[in-house]
Design a protein around this ligand. Structure first.
Ligand code: ASP
Length: 323
């Protein structure tokens, strides 16, 4: 018998649509009454939050993290977290970076609300429970299960506004599948260092570069109050010429600046050696973060800074996507 704890936080999976198709949060999460029809799995439901995921803050992520940590000493074999899909990847990655992952931890959500035709919520919830209960799911890091696919929290991203097949790992695909007769894994995840944190720092920002981006967007950051900045740069990690001086000023004020790519696929690497090119930016002190998208690099920078990392130690933590 496997004991699975389901922590519910809200999102479309727990919402309902009215006659006009307008979707909103229910007062009480309907998933709290879920039963699992399997003699080998005992399911316990618990509400941690009941919010759309756009309202989830890093403080909420810490609340979820602390509840998961507590559950590790409560004799559960696996944990499922239901969550809105809009920021699911950020909460999943937050947990992945800060929890030792002794237990399988699986996040899921839905693209169609609980009373819509073809609602994917109950199905995804069931797939997540089966994944959390599978022995093979231990030591895989935090997982995201949607639409029969198992993705790592580290690299999964929401790619479509409404389609049920929205969660993808662009660079190398899912690490496993939920089959009709069980869970199948095809890839191993490289282990990473766990960064335990108790409190969060604030004011770590994310900006996206574009052709003609003015320096003023960077200059308007209050330097005294900015703890870090992630930029989704152009291509492999390059910036418009106009922004280079402003980036130098941030670095001179000891504000960590982290570069990822605004491209949907691939990794950011310093390749071009001209003003604003990646090599130029790296020479200035910009840290390249491989393989993470902007929102996840921001979560990692926030956690590194909140853990008290500084200077080269922070740069080493950020630059290696797997440790
Ligand atoms: N807006 C919803 C949320 O993130 C979307 C969803 O759950 O699919 O809460």
């Amino acid at each position: 018998m496997k004991k699975i704890l389901a922590l519910h936080t809200g999102g479309t999976i727990s919402m309902s649509a009215n006659d006009l198709g307008e979707v909103s949060t229910n007062k009480e999460n309907p998933l709290l009454d879920s039963r699992f029809i399997d003699d080998n799995i005992e399911l316990t439901n618990e509400a941690v939050l009941n919010k759309p995921s756009e309202h989830i803050t890093p403080e909420d992520m810490l609340v979820i993290q602390k509840r998961v940590q507590q559950a590790e000493s409560e004799d559960y074999d696996g944990i499922v977290i239901t969550h809105g899909t809009d920021t699911l990847e950020e909460t999943a990655y937050f947990l992945d970076l800060t929890l030792p992952n002794h237990l399988p931890i699986v996040l899921t959500g839905a693209m169609r609300s609980s009373n819509e035709i073809g609602s994917d919520g109950v199905y995804n919830f069931q797939s997540a429970i089966l994944t959390a209960a599978a022995d093979e799911s231990t030591d895989k890091g935090v997982l995201v299960v949607m639409n029969d696919e198992i993705h790592t929290a580290r690299y999964v991203t929401k790619t479509h506004t409404t389609n049920v097949d929205t969660f993808r790992t662009p660079t190398f695909g899912p690490i496993g599948l939920v089959g009709k007769r069980g869970i199948h894994y095809f890839q191993e995840l490289i282990q990473q260092t766990v960064m335990p944190i108790d409190k969060l720092k604030h004011n770590v920002y994310l900006l996206k570069a574009y052709a003609g981006m003015p320096a003023s967007l960077l200059e308007c950051l209050d330097k005294a109050d900015t703890n870090g900045l992630v930029i989704e740069g152009l291509g492999a990690g390059n910036m418009p010429l106009e922004t280079v001086e402003a980036i130098k000023h941030l670095l001179a004020d000891q504000i960590p600046v982290v570069m990822v790519s605004r491209c949907y696929n691939g990794v950011a690497e310093p390749i071009y050696d001209y003003p604003g090119g990646g090599i130029d930016l790296e020479r200035m002190g910009v840290t390249f973060c491989q393989g993470l998208n902007g929102p996840k690099a921001r979560i990692k920078l926030l956690i590194g800074i909140s853990a008290g990392l500084k200077g080269q130690t922070l740069r080493d933590y950020i630059s290696n996507a797997v440790s």
